[in-house]
Design a protein. Sequence first.
Length: 209
Amino acid sequence: MIASRVWRSASVWLVYVVGFVPAAWYFYLGATGQIPGNAVKVFEHLLGVWALRFLLVTLAVTPIRDLFGINLIRYRRALGLLAFWYVVMHFSTYMILDQALNFQVIVNDIAKRPFITIGMASFALLIPLAITSNSWSIRKLGSRWNSLHKLSYVIILGGALHYLMAVRVITPEPAIYMAIAAVLVGYRLFFRSRVLAWRKQRRAVAMAR
């Protein structure tokens, strides 16, 4: 039992360690001049893409459990926080390295460039989710915690749309991420209750035999 608890805790920390590897690797490439082209823009872009990937994986934890019986719930908080920190790094790179803390330009970008407006709004919505991603907040907020964390649906759609609108060269990748985000949110809103009801019915039938 103790070994099992130790492994669960260690495996969660392993998710954090592995999760930060891409950021550390890109930082190393940037610091050593190995990122071609506009290194700051490329670094900013890669951090944003990984933030979106972690958001998608976080939202996929529940349908994976519902549909395939694979329980990764213990890793969901770590995945969500990794997404948050990648967004923070993405945002910080834009503000510090790209715009050199020129707040007038940043405010103008937010006001006049829709994809930045959407990205900033999604980031703002993500902050309370990160702050309340702890056991104390879950106990304190009760049912309101679940309601608050449904903002993740808006955030993931906003993040995917931000990426889709930001790219200047049309490629399949942002469209694929947008489609995955739509499927994951659609499952939670329209299909999960039916899947759970079906599984409950199957269990009832199995127990009756």
